[in-house]
Ligand binder design. Structure first.
Ligand code: FES
Length: 173
């Protein structure tokens, strides 16, 4: 099946994430795949949550391939599956953080500010046209300041006979 994006047509295929971004607990050498969806359930640009036990996984059909990550924002765990996907970049529904599913990195810090994956501090910000947010000192401001946005971690994906399969953790995370 070919799927059409704005600028090109691709066959459903896994996104080739960098090895160091493998999700914890997954056996990268001998991944144990299980089917989670049909490729027809994940058209271009679609987001979908699949759950296995306590684990909620986000499937995303990007132009670079199918991505599987935790369905938890790397900021404060909101479900990314109800966010917005634009090519490789997903916007979180909670604090407008934007994250590249193709690099694992934030491309826009949340409005709350805080620490990026490298531990650098970013101040609070307000979307254009709105008054700048006052961030009164106290425990909540401190919590925002010390919250670190994590890098995304990926579950291996494969596509077999029109099915999307992912490898889940085999050891406790
Ligand atoms: S929970 Fe996603 S940006 Fe804050």
């Amino acid at each position: 099946m070919l799927v059409r994006y704005d600028r090109f047509v691709v066959e459903p295929r896994p996104f080739p994430f960098r090895a160091e971004l493998l999700a914890p607990g997954v056996d990268g050498a001998a991944p144990d795949f299980e089917p989670v969806a049909a490729t027809t359930d994940l058209p271009p640009g679609a987001l979908r949550r699949v759950s296995r036990g306590e684990l909620d996984v986000l499937l995303a059909a990007t132009p670079e391939g199918i991505v599987a990550i935790d369905d938890r924002c790397p900021h404060m765990s909101a479900p990314l599956s109800i966010g917005e996907l634009e090519e490789c970049v997903i916007t979180c529904p909670l604090h407008e953080g934007r994250f590249s599913l193709c690099t694992g990195e934030p491309v826009q810090m949340p409005t709350t500010g805080g620490l990026d994956p490298d531990g650098r501090y970013h101040p609070t910000w307000s979307p254009g046209g709105r008054e700048a947010k006052v961030d009164p000192p106290g425990k909540k401001a401190e919590a925002r300041r010390l919250t670190r946005v994590r890098r995304l971690r990926y579950y291996p994906v494969r596509v077999v006979d029109g099915r999307i399969e992912i490898a889940l953790p085999t050891v406790p995370r």
